[in-house]
Ligand binder design. Structure first.
Ligand code: ACM
Ligand code: ZN
Length: 768
């Protein structure tokens, strides 16, 4: 009896609670491996009774995947007779509810392969699994196994901004291929933004004649590009004709990818307003900006009927081209200062009893939603569309963290999660010093892999509103498709597993092992993927008792062979092999790499560790630092590591409005001659140099005497991002130090953040 129970339990376990590992990404829901192999040969046929064009498309795709994976040309037969030696494909009848609309079953036996699904999408994903199995070995054989597989989320998306940099049609096809090969299914096409209108609209030809082209300022930093005046040459850009769009949508459809167009409103439309200035509140001409614009004030007038007529006309043509249920209308980052001054906008607010400009934006969005609904479509927009009220039928894209998505789900909206914390693939994926210029923070492969789209504080019912997630690719710093590839690969591979596989099956170690094969697939497909996950980070391990500093090396690569140097030279295959954290006793530059087949897999990250008398000192702060800029926790200011000009590099402690007041216990009474802090100024990010450094010392930790002060002399209006040391020089002997770094307080007059708290950023307190 007991034995029988155990047998049942074991079979339940193998039936899917714990899928067996195979070299496939995303990890299938259930895998039972058996012994033996099915060998593909020139005589292998694809047996499938084709009755529709979508089934015919499947045959073509399957044939090309087998050609690519095994170098063999499958013969298709419209029959299911004689399955021996063949791949037998079938659409379920009746519908199999476990598999849903995108799942499949794949049964690989010694003498045949059986693939079935409810839909051609399911069959397509099953064939992708076969392709992956073929590319995981070189023998043209498929290991015997039983796979049952279906996605966790219905919306598995990739966004692409083609406004900041126009991406040619050829690359759009590739992008769709990448989405499909990851069993993802939504291409969110960001066709409209300030820096370029990218879709042909027949009724408004100037949108592309004027709005699709800007002055070429590509040689300048994105945020330093001045907007030209009327008459300046504007030839940089491009757009998609309606014929291009139709072909792309049809191609995507074959690959089971839905294309969702995004037509931004009411902001991020300076390209449209350059073409039709009368649609803004001021009516003034402004050229298509060739670079960054912030804040975005030049937006559609919400008081003019012409604006709505125009948008309805545009959306009508868009709906003709895109069969998607959802139409994305943007809705983000509108600064409403023009609306505040516009008589027509103010009249509209009176007529419609709207209490502020947020409600005017809500009126705008709801009016567009009504139009889309009348045409049988659903509105989706960035989370700002929640402000000022919204119909529950609208779907929200939660980008400012997962908070807005959580709130929206509680209100009954469907939500697609795209938080900046995990889904912004325009952010750095490795150390900024080794990466091409990117935006802001750092989202590594591992971080993406650990993303959980469903917030914990939702009930089971509310959680059903989280319909999936997607990565956003904003292309300010990506001038071409190759660069986009670099930013998405391999992070989209991690996201694909988050969105497809069960939450329980997620296993970083196993995923990073499977990534080894995925990198080979990228090589085979000539994809410009990033090797940032092979970068080696050096972090200090500090002991406040012994004041010893040990360096630990870590990487996101699987079973890495790490080689390092401490003498400033570039590490290679012959450098010291890392086995465990090692001690340093003097100021040292650590450089390390992962070596594979005798070669470094990425550039070496250099980390300087400054050894000084306060290292690993007990430190307490009077005012806590911001949680967002915490550096490495309690030792961050005495860990020997300095920050770079990137305020989000993880080495800066940030204080929003507060002073840094630190008391440090040096352990015993020590002689020293200087106390120095490193500070950052980046006024664009509201980070200002401190006004001064004050250093005090004490022998009992109670009574402090002043040793000296050092004042900042750099202007708060100096726009260059810069680092400065403030030093108090004084020979003294003491056990305790109190270091006060004075925050500027408020952003100064004339600054964009005037009157709001200034940031203070400090990386290290150096005692020598
Ligand atoms: C966004 O990143 N502004 C949606
Ligand atoms: Zn107006």
């Amino acid at each position: 009896m007991k034995k029988q129970f155990l047998a049942i339990l074991l079979s339940v376990i193998s039936l899917g609670v714990f899928a067996q590992e195979i070299d496939v990404i995303p990890q299938p829901v259930s895998v039972i491996k058996n012994s033996g192999n099915f060998k593909l040969t020139e005589n292998t046929n694809l047996l499938f009774n084709v009755t529709s064009s979508s089934e015919k498309d499947f045959v073509d795709l399957a044939t090309s995947l087998i050609q690519d994976g095994a170098g063999l040309t499958l013969q298709h037969k419209n029959s299911s007779a004689n399955p021996e030696g063949n791949i037998l494909v079938q659409i379920n009848n009746p519908f199999n509810s476990e598999l849903g609309t995108e799942g499949y079953k794949l049964s690989i036996k010694n003498d045949r392969v059986f693939l079935y699904a409810n839909t051609t999408s399911g069959l397509f994903y099953g064939m992708q699994t076969i392709w992956q199995l073929l590319t995981a070995n070189s023998s043209n054989s498929l290991p015997c196994m039983e796979i049952t597989d279906y996605p966790r989320f219905g919306w598995r998306g990739m966004h692409l901004d083609v406004s900041r940099h126009f991406m040619p049609v050829d690359f759009i096809y590739k992008y769709i291929d990448y989405i499909a090969m990851h069993k993802m299914n939504v291409f969110h096409w960001h066709l409209v933004d300030d820096q370029g209108w990218r879709i042909e609209i027949k009724k408004y030809p100037k949108l592309t004649e004027i709005g699709a082209f800007r002055a070429d300022r590509e040689n300048l930093d994105w945020n330093s590009r001045k907007t030209p005046i009327k008459g300046n040459e504007a030839k940089y850009g491009g757009f998609y004709s309606q014929e291009d769009v139709k072909a792309i949508v049809a191609y995507a459809q074959k690959k089971h990818v839905t294309v969702i167009p995004e037509i931004e409103m009411p902001a991020h439309v300076m390209s449209a307003l350059a073409a039709y200035p009368e649609l803004s509140c001021t009516g003034e001409y402004q050229a298509v900006p060739p670079g960054g614009v912030w804040p975005i004030t030049h937006i559609f007038c919400a008081g003019k009927e012409e604006t709505f007529n125009f948008l309805e006309d545009v959306l009508s043509e868009v709906m003709e081209l895109f069969p998607s249920t959802y139409i994305h209308i943007g809705g983000d980052e509108a600064t409403k200062t023009e609306w505040e001054k516009c008589e027509l906008c103010q009249n509209r607010m009176k007529q419609e009893s709207l209490k502020d400009e947020h409600e005017l934006q809500a009126y705008f969005i709801k009016r567009i939603e009504k139009f889309l609904n009348k045409n049988g479509r659903q509105l989706i927009g960035w989370d700002e569309i929640l402000e000022g009220g919204l119909n529950p039928s609208a779907t929200i894209m939660s980008w400012r963290g997962s908070g807005p998505g959580t709130e929206a789900a509680k209100l009954g909206h469907d939500v697609v999660m795209t938080p900046t914390s995990h889904c912004y693939f325009d952010y750095y994926q490795g150390d900024p010093s080794l990466e091409p210029k990117a935006f802001g923070g750092k989202i590594t492969l591992k971080k993406v892999y650990h993303y959980e789209p469903v917030p914990e504080n939702l009930t089971t019912e509310e959680a059903k509103h989280i319909i999936g997630a997607q990565a956003n690719i904003w292309t300010e710093q990506m001038p071409n498709g190759k660069h986009v590839e670099y930013m998405i690969m391999p992070r989209m591979t991690a996201l694909s597993e988050v969105l497809w596989s069960t939450k329980e099956s997620r296993d970083w170690g196993n995923f990073s092992k499977r990534m080894e094969t995925q990198y080979q697939r990228f090589e085979k497909l000539d994809i410009n993927y990033a090797t940032s996950a092979f970068q080696v980070a050096a972090t200090p391990e500090l002991d406040s008792k012994s004041k010893a500093i040990k360096i630990a090396l870590s990487t996101e690569a699987w079973q890495p062979e790490i080689r390092y140097t401490t003498d400033g030279t570039e590490p290679n295959a012959n450098s010291t092999l890392y086995t465990k954290p090692f001690k340093i006793t003097e100021t040292t530059t650590v450089k390390a790499v992962v070596v594979k087949n005798g070669k470094p897999m990425s550039k070496a990250l250099a980390t300087d560790f400054y050894i000084h008398k306060a290292i690993a000192g007990e430190l307490s702060l009077k005012y806590p630092n911001s949680k967002s800029y915490d550096s490495t926790g309690k030792f961050a200011l005495v860990d020997g590591i300095k920050g770079s000009k990137n305020h989000a590099d993880g080495n800066w402690k940030g204080f929003n409005g507060d002073d840094l007041v630190a008391t440090i216990d040096l352990g015993d009474s020590k002689s020293f001659s200087s106390v120095k802090i490193g500070a950052l100024q980046n006024v664009g990010s509201y980070i200002f140099y401190p006004t001064q450094l004050i250093v005090e010392s004490s022998n009992d930790g109670q009574n402090f005497k002043k040793l000296g002060t050092a004042k900042n002399k750099v202007s708060v209006y100096d726009g260059a991002t810069q680092i400065q040391d403030l030093t108090v020089k004084k020979k003294a002997k003491a056990r305790y130090l109190r270091v006060t770094v004075k925050n500027l307080g408020l952003c100064p007059k004339g600054h964009a953040g005037e009157g709001s708290p200034a940031w203070l950023f400090v990386d290290e307190i150096v005692v020598e």
